[in-house]
Write a protein that binds this ligand. Sequence first.
Ligand code: 1QQ
Length: 391
Amino acid sequence: MRLKTSSGAALAAAALLATAACVSETGADTTSDSALSGAGAGEECTIDETVKLGAVFSLTEAAAFAGEYQKQGLELAVEELNAAGGIQYELILEDDGTTLDGSTVAFEKLINRDEVSAIIGPTLSGMAFSTYTDAQSAGVPALGVSTTAEGIPEIGDYIFRASVPEQVALAASIPAAKATLDMQKVAVLHDSADEFTASAYNTITDELRDQNIEIVVDESFGTTDTDFSAQLGKVLEEEVDAVILSALPGATVPLVKQARDLGITAPIVGGNAFNSPVLVGALGDAAEGLIVGGAWSAASETTGNAEFISAFTAKYDREPDQFAAQAYTGAYLIDQAIRADCDANRESIKDNLGQILEFDSILGPISIDEGGEVTQTPVVQIIRDGAFTIL
Ligand code: 1QQ
């Protein structure tokens, strides 16, 4: 029960009356706490109770390259939202350590112990498929801000994302790469163990077929592999216009470096993990010419982007990346959903997150439909002189 403890029979009775306890068909506790619903609408909304917002990111281990930025972007947004007033947010942030167990435990804690109104994250699709099933059965709205694999919002009606699906990003980046590189023959290398990179592989092959681009090398590897000589040997046997790579940074860095050492100079077309200055920094010169589709660019003249970049840079002494921008936007979207009915109960957030229409964000106009899926125009970038540049 999400009841406040209060002394005195009258108070307890009043609280009981104000608390609509129910259990949904799925068994989720849809109890609403009247202290979480306020007065006024939109910008005028005020809610007395502090709204607990949970977040699960990979702050350590393999996906920390993204999680660290997500944490910073989200904290900045919460700070701004709290300063704006009307609603006070308490951010409860958990590190999943880039493991499924860690993610499961973190979701469990936020759902049951902290009783948060909504959860942002996790960082990786590979964890989301399981943790979102838990959020769905508990009736807790969850908003992905970096989970791009196919099938995420379909997990249930409490599951949303504000993260351009890889299918949408690749449908922009592959034609752009084709035009830029005169791409006719490619090698496709992918991590078949991770759910995001495996899902992206399916999209890549579909998209290449649609674009009449021939796959002359098609090789896979595992997430923690470090020696790619077998796969790269196959690439060396062919003349390719580009290497399409679906991998997380752990494999990407050694793979691309080994490719360059072997004399493979073909440009790389990458997936969402490449939208990372950490990855590009680790690759150094080997990242030159890399093409990637994503959700955000520092160069986009979207509403509030310049202010976001300067506030972020001032606070953290480094520039934001796409993952920071998406996490930042995620907090604003949840705030919008709460303000719609001035209600921070889980049910109300769920109902309103699926009705966001062209919210003017730093990612550009962003919509989330009833099915939980995001609509947003992707941006294709190329690495030139070590920097992301709009293609
Ligand atoms: C996913 C991703 C990752 C690259 C996020 C860091 O897109 O797991 O879906």
